[in-house]
Write a protein that binds this ligand. Structure first.
Ligand code: ATP
Ligand code: MG
Ligand code: MG
Length: 348
């Protein structure tokens, strides 16, 4: 079959490669880390730094189409991809890589993020706290994930104890949310857009712990407004593939948190819980195929992340035949490390 190139070597790339194999494609992983877990299930692997343009060009020469599973892939080396199609378009990366750009882009489309201000100096932070108030969260503009690079600020006095990292930051007002949810859509090359049911997402320590569908109240009433924004984002970026937007459900309606131009942890439930998984639909979209049905395949679906859990837990999980266990092949567990996930369906 034809070869799909995947930039990034983590579990999202691994699950994409598994879905691609089902459709008869081979995958070639490009990742800077040794022993990328996505490469274990792929036909080819280029292990090289992002800025190795020769390796990037050789990788591109092997691929019919290229996608990414990691939103922090630097954009400049992608110029070495030459003529090979890259989906989603790198402008989605540029938008999502910087929390300030991302929020400005969302405001431009009529969406509502938490109040925010860029912070480059201690004086900026003082002004931001003066305008936005406390509590709030100071975040690095780039490269944060799983709640890393974030500092909660409960009162202006907290700032004295902070050692500001020497990189661009953003201060956000703390959103007093009722619940969190995500909108996951897939957009085909011709512009056809399909939405997955929104999951209720519960985070623990800044890391996604569980996603459940149906999301229930108060999320259900806020999904259509959130979908409108997600569709506008996809349209504005001429997006091809799976796109995720995270939201806070609040008394005033959905508040945008952040977007990910890729398949998403809060969509892992779709592997067993939807007619067509987010991974398969992403592959279909970037290969120019018609999309599959994103509809629910069960009455309820619950996905739980296995965070920092050790191998002695697996047998217990498998002892319940209703559990679908997914392990990412990461080796040693450590605190905060996503080792796998478990999905459970109820049929009626
Ligand atoms: P991800 O792994 O989802 O990319 P991230 O490191 O980019 O995570 P965020 O999504 O910005 O982090 O924040 C992680 C979690 O922290 C959110 O899902 C939410 O629970 C909480 N959080 C972040 N920003 C705010 C906010 N402004 N108000 C309230 N809670 C927040
Ligand atoms: Mg994020
Ligand atoms: Mg997030």
């Amino acid at each position: 079959g034809e070869t799909i190139g995947i930039l990034g070597g983590g579990q999202l790339g691994r699950m994409l490669a598994m879905a691609a194999a089902q459709l008869g494609y081979r995958c070639h992983i490009f990742a800077p880390e040794q022993d990328a877990i996505a490469a274990e299930v792929s036909a080819a692997y280029t292990c090289a730094p992002w800025d190795d343009v020769e390796a990037m060009a050789r990788f591109a020469a092997d691929c019919a189409v290229i996608t990414y599973e990691f939103e922090n892939v630097p954009v400049t080396p992608l110029l070495a991809l030459g003529e090979v199609a890259l989906h989603p378009h790198p402008r989605a990366l540029e938008t999502a890589q910087d929390r300030l750009n991302e929020k400005q882009f969302i405001v431009g489309l009529g969406g509502t993020p938490a109040p925010f201000a860029p912070v480059d100096t201690p004086a900026d932070l003082e002004n931001a706290i003066g305008t936005i108030g406390t509590p709030g969260i100071l975040k690095t503009r780039r490269e944060g994930y799983d709640g890393k690079g974030q500092w909660r600020i409960m009162s202006a006095a907290d700032v004295d104890a902070l050692d500001l990292p020497p990189q661009p930051l953003i201060y956000e007002g703390f959103v007093n949310f009722q619940a969190e949810f995500s909108v996951i859509l897939c957009r085909a090359m011709g512009g056809d857009v399909r939405f997955y049911d929104s999951a209720r997402n519960v985070h623990e320590g800044g890391i996604l712990a569980r996603s459940t569908v149906p999301a229930g109240d108060p999320i259900a009433a806020q999904v259509s407004t959130a979908r409108e924004l997600a569709a506008a984002v996809a349209e504005a970026l001429d997006y091809v593939g799976v796109l995720t937007l995270e939201f806070f459900a609040t008394e005033a309606g959905p508040v945008f948190n952040e977007m990910a131009p890729r398949v998403h942890n809060s969509g892992h439930w779709t592997i067993e819980g939807a007619i067509t998984s987010q991974f398969e639909n992403h592959v279909r979209a970037i290969c120019g195929l018609p999309l599959g049905d994103p509809g629910l395949a069960a009455a309820t679906v619950e996905m739980r992340n296995l965070i920092g859990e050790k191998a002695d837990e697996w047998a217990k999980i498998l002892a319940d035949p209703a559990n679908h266990l997914h392990l990412y092949g990461k080796g040693a567990a450590s605190p905060g490390r996503k080792m796998g996930h478990v999905t459970r369906l109820t049929l009626a």
